[in-house]
Design a protein around this ligand. Structure first.
Ligand SMILES: NC(=O)c1ccc[n+]([C@@H]2O[C@H](COP(=O)([O-])OP(=O)(O)OC[C@H]3O[C@@H](n4cnc5c(N)ncnc54)[C@H](OP(=O)(O)O)[C@@H]3O)[C@@H](O)[C@H]2O)c1
Length: 352
């Protein structure tokens, strides 16, 4: 069966936290897998970091990936089909452009870039080169998310959606971090909105509107941010659509609670539990004695679902994914640009 599935060969760029989660998930044995994933190469700022990463997270990989002390060598490796980018957001644009220049397909972590102008530049380059590129907004690919959206929009299980509240809050102990941290340094893209608020915004957009990218309605936006040492530590935005509203919040100063999202409709409501990035269950409430809970098993964290989508798209010769097309990444970044314009968070890249 595995032999009949498409196979893609990955090159991993950077050896931080998210890269470790991603590679571990690619190795997970699971029954629903739709592609074979081979990690061919790992590129790091240093050979030693790369070696430690492979020893710690990929000792069970077969074959053991090649370790490079630079990203460039991964882009040049003819055995790599697709590059996974797990650097801080401030480097995503350049990492993507470099990988694309070498004809590699790309899966790049969220936030895809610092602002929408940077994202357009990357997609323009991908279009010219004819390669596949996708923002790694993994949450959209969870079976839970797909089921919820079908119930919400196709089956209209709670009637017409009127309001969505969504929050992502975690105490990141920002004050105790040094300037080398991507959570502290504006030059690395620090701030609550791009790091975690992007998930609250994603849920609100998905639940309030069936369209993606250019097909989506444009909400009016009212936003505020709390800045400490020039980085946004709390961001709140109201999205106004005709007849419906979204309340989108995030904070890096306090720990949030589950359920993290409530969707209210003309005939009931839905609460989503787990982490805003990594949902676990949702419950439909249609009356005091009419509730139904949907729970979803996961053999790992859930990064394999986006990885499968990438593999299938590349095998099919596509340059964009239907769930996370380029114009959707640009739309989310445009809304975050506007939230930051109103709220005050700025990055050096905005001036470029
Ligand atoms: N999808 C999710 O749930 C999720 C979760 C966490 C983070 N993320 C995203 O993933 C990206 C990385 O986050 P992370 O938490 O993994 O960060 P991290 O732990 O700080 O790792 C970032 C890695 O990027 C490389 N890097 C290159 N230049 C760097 C520089 N000047 N400063 C720091 N690191 C540099 C380093 O790897 P080398 O030295 O090996 O090159 C470093 O280990 C961010 O865009 C973030 O939003 C996504």
């Amino acid at each position: 069966m595995a032999a009949e599935l498409p196979t893609v060969r990955w090159g991993i760029i950077a050896t931080g936290l998210i890269s470790s989660w991603f590679v571990k998930d690619l190795m997970v044995e699971r029954t629903d897998k739709r592609a074979n994933h081979i990690i061919k190469a790992v590129g790091s700022s240093s050979q030693q970091k790369g070696t430690e990463f492979v020893q710690k997270h990929l000792s069970a990989a077969s074959p053991i990936p090649v370790i490079y002390g630079s990203y460039e060598e991964v882009y040049n490796d003819p055995n790599v089909d697709v590059v996974y980018i797990g650097t801080p957001h401030a480097f995503h644009k350049q990492n993507c452009l470099d990988a694309i220049k070498h004809g590699k397909h790309v899966l790049c972590e969220k936030a895809f870039t610092i602002n929408s102008a940077e994202a357009r530049e990357v997609f323009e380059a991908a279009k010219e080169k004819g390669v596949f590129v996708m923002e790694a907004m993994w949450t959209r690919f969870f079976p839970l998310t797909r089921k919820l959206l079908t119930l919400l929009h196709s089956e209209k299980v709670i009637g017409d959606v009127r309001r969505v509240f969504c929050d992502f809050a975690m105490d990141q102990k920002i004050a105790s971090l040094g300037p080398e941290s991507r959570l502290k340094n504006p030059a690395l893209g620090a701030g609550s909105l791009l790091d975690i608020g992007i998930y609250s915004l994603t849920w609100a957009l998905l639940c309030l509107d069936t369209g993606l990218g250019e097909q989506a309605e444009k909400p009016k936006i009212a936003a505020m941010q709390t800045l400490i040492d020039e980085i946004d530590t709390t961001s709140s935005a109201l999205l106004l659509y005709p007849g419906r509203q979204g309340v989108v919040t995030c904070s890096t100063l306090v720990k949030g609670r589950s359920p993290f999202c409530r969707i209210e409709g003309s005939e009931g409501s839905i609460e989503i539990e787990g982490f805003t990035s990594c949902p676990q269950a949702f419950t439909i409430h249609k009356g005091d004695n009419d509730t139904k809970k949907y729970e979803f098993e996961k053999p790992g964290m859930g990064f394999f679902w986006e990885a499968d989508a990438v593999a299938l798209d590349i095998t099919a010769g596509k340059t964009q994914d239907n769930i996370m097309p380029w114009s959707e990444t640009v739309r989310v970044l445009e809304i975050m640009d506007e939230i930051r314009r109103q709220g005050g968070a700025k990055f050096p890249q905005d001036a470029a």
